[in-house]
Ligand binder design. Sequence first.
Ligand SMILES: NC(=O)C1=CN([C@@H]2O[C@H](COP(=O)(O)OP(=O)(O)OC[C@H]3O[C@@H](n4cnc5c(N)ncnc54)[C@H](OP(=O)(O)O)[C@@H]3O)[C@@H](O)[C@H]2O)C=CC1
Ligand SMILES: CC[C@](O)(C(C)=O)C(=O)O
Ligand SMILES: [Mg+2]
Ligand SMILES: [Mg+2]
Length: 336
Amino acid sequence: MAAEVFYDDDADLSIISQRKVAILGYGSQGHAHALSLRDSGVDVRIGLKESSKSRSKAEEEGLAVGTPAEVAAWADVIMVLVPDTVQADVYKTDIEPNLKQGDAIMFGHGFNIRYDLIQPPAGVDVAMVAPKGPGHVVRRQFNEGKGVPCLIAVEQDATGGAQALALSYAKAIGGTRAGVLTTTFTEETETDLFGEQVVLCGGVTELMRAGFDTLVEAGYQPEAAYFEVLHELKLIVDMVNEGGLSNMWYSVSDTAEYGGVTRGPRIITDETRAEMRRVLGEIQDGSFAKEWVAESKSYEQFNKLREDQKAHPIEKIGAKLRDMMPWVKRKITETA
Ligand SMILES: NC(=O)C1=CN([C@@H]2O[C@H](COP(=O)(O)OP(=O)(O)OC[C@H]3O[C@@H](n4cnc5c(N)ncnc54)[C@H](OP(=O)(O)O)[C@@H]3O)[C@@H](O)[C@H]2O)C=CC1
Ligand SMILES: CC[C@](O)(C(C)=O)C(=O)O
Ligand SMILES: [Mg+2]
Ligand SMILES: [Mg+2]
């Protein structure tokens, strides 16, 4: 059955405009939600620790900032946009003691509900508005009159109005301009983790690094390798994004198309597809979540892997080449 997709005319902005919304966290998603909600006429306050380095950024925007506990007590809608691995602690310390009957607790990703790290009480709505894109792009597109598609879900509908509330919230951040789908916390969590690990973040970066390494090892200039496997990827993906795979195949040469359709399946093989299924299995059985929550206590392995990513030659050559293409370089700022 085809999914139902909601657009601007299906959502009522007045629902979220009548609520008091606490945004906990002012990072990638937090700043985007907070600023776009405010620009849509919603009463918003930001919850951050006294020591938070994000505080000054929110204050510079004229947003009211308090501690997570203070704004949770003030609000009747609490959107949790602190990192997934700290949400359970923030919930216990700052949110749970301040939840009132009829409040709504909302999430930008289903991780903590899907893996039972947070168990909200009966009597509150539990919903999700998950943009399918980076927070800085969510904000950028809102400012440009566009929007990033969102998934919404309701885990607990205490008031009978949880879905309408989530849809209204999604409208306020620009989601219904692009399309909003209903889902479950389980489907959102599992597909989101799979997408970022296998395709969008993990798969694509590893493909670029491997392609770059192969060309450089074979004696080609690193600059040529960078343009070929990283810079041009966006140009090719833009064609796919604008008109589908066929649009891209139409635009590239017949030589590229023939080489692509015959060689592509030699790169993404049956073995790769089997590994994708194993990665999905680790998401579904909770072992990835367990591993990540344990790693987040020290960041020991994660910090080493981050250093390895930064040190790869594709990063060094890329920085040099992007300096010559100022239109490509776009600094991420909290108001971008
Ligand atoms: N990044 C993205 O584009 C997307 C993220 N999501 C989801 O959105 C949620 C937020 O992720 P993201 O925006 O990446 O997070 P970020 O890491 O970008 O930002 C986290 C924010 O939370 C604050 N923070 C960290 N720890 C605490 C704490 N203990 N108490 C209070 N505030 C704290 C940080 O402030 P400071 O460090 O200054 O204290 C910062 O303002 C997650 O559930 C994520 O899965 C969903 C879709 C896409
Ligand atoms: C693709 C990564 C993402 O899921 C996102 C931007 O949608 C995230 O968790 O940041
Ligand atoms: Mg995502
Ligand atoms: Mg994600």
